[in-house]
Design a protein. Structure first.
Length: 356
């Protein structure tokens, strides 16, 4: 069967509202009749956070979940086959759409355009019984991915300070520092033109901190400040004033580090995020340490110092202990709570589609 191009565009436009590391949006599409080939663009994300393109595969999972939700709203069932050609790992999925007898307009579909990262401090109010039940009852139709949720304040504090080690490394490591500042857009006009990277306002920095960032972007300055313990101070302030706030912390874990598992983890993450959005809550990923550790666990320790490696390994172990993770692999941590409206949202590129 042939699907109208307009329906394909609607599904893909919903799909690319998905989150991705550094807002890299590493995807493009080839459409033939009712089949959509989803392809990774590896050069979009060459960061240390994406060992073996795992961060991009995770992002493709969030993309595919949006596509499946949007397809149901238009009356299509999406049959998703991951990595249909193992000789081409950039072909992450083949999505086959078939018409169904009913249109399933659900709350997750309405949440897609509203879902965003909110880096503000959240209110320290507990989840309501309904909110808690809704989140925990999401379940996981993805066999390799599982959701963990913690509300205990001491465990959340442990996660907050462990997650903040990412900033300690970010501002103390030359390669990561340069990568980060190369991906910042400083004005709305620049952000709309690039539609990629970190728009400075989405970082929710106080005015003085935002001005200071323009100086901190020079590595020579950052290096001097590093000797004075500045990276640890940034990490500590983020943990104390932001990461610990909210109602709960969550984690997505998988059973192995294969590409398919990362895509399934991304799908589960997006389902959680859309659910949280529908509940009127905010969410911020705390993914840095978990994604950096994927490469470290695989033996890729450059360009980190022994001290940095020890700090990240300790932080990762602390997060695992706080969540109660034993044999699983932690790939995503996040916090949720009442954050209100974010100051700004990241821009998005339109989907790159080739119809055949």
């Amino acid at each position: 069967m042939t699907i109208p191009q307009e329906d394909i565009r609607i599904i893909l436009e919903a799909g690319v509202q998905a989150p991705s590391g550094e807002n890299a949006q590493p995807w493009r599409f080839i459409v033939h009749r009712n089949e959509i080939s989803v392809l990774n663009i590896p050069e979009r994300d060459q960061s240390l956070y994406s060992w073996g393109q795992r961060a991009s595969y995770f992002a493709h999972g969030t993309l595919l979940e949006n596509m499946a939700v949007a397809g149901r709203a238009l009356g299509y069932k999406a049959d998703i086959k991951l990595f249909p050609d193992h000789q081409n790992m950039n072909l992450t999925a083949l999505v086959t759409l078939t018409a169904t007898l009913s249109i399933e307009e659900d709350r997750l579909h309405r949440a897609i355009p509203e879902r965003t990262t909110n880096r503000k401090p959240y209110k320290n109010t507990s989840l309501t019984p309904e909110q808690r039940s809704t989140i925990l009852n999401i379940g996981s139709p993805f066999p390799d991915a599982q959701l963990f949720l913690i509300e205990d304040i001491e465990k959340r504090r442990a996660v907050a300070y462990a997650a903040s080690v990412n900033e300690e490394i970010l501002f103390g490591n030359e390669l990561m520092h340069r990568f980060f500042f190369d991906h910042i857009t400083w004005t709305k006009k620049e952000d709309e033109k690039k539609s990629m990277g970190f728009y400075i306002k989405t970082l929710e920095l106080p005015i003085l901190a935002k001005l200071f960032f323009r100086v901190l972007k020079y590595w020579r300055v950052a290096k001097i400040l590093g000797r004075l313990g500045f990276p640890k101070r940034i990490a500590h302030e983020n943990a104390k004033n932001v990461y610990i706030t909210g109602a709960a912390h969550g984690a997505i874990v998988i059973h192995d580090n294969q590409p398919e598992a990362f895509i399934q983890a991304g799908r589960l993450m997006e389902r959680v995020w859309l659910t949280v959005t529908d509940l009127g809550l905010s969410l911020q990923p705390l993914a840095g340490v978990a994604f950096l550790m994927q490469g470290i666990l695989a033996g890729e320790t450059q360009p980190f110092t022994l001290t940095q490696l020890a700090r990240m390994t300790s932080a990762y172990e602390t997060m695992n202990k706080a969540y109660g993770i034993t044999n699983e692999l932690l790939v995503m941590a996040f916090r949720i709570g009442e954050g209100g409206a974010p100051t700004a949202r990241a821009s998005r590129l339109p989907p790159i589609i080739r119809f055949e």
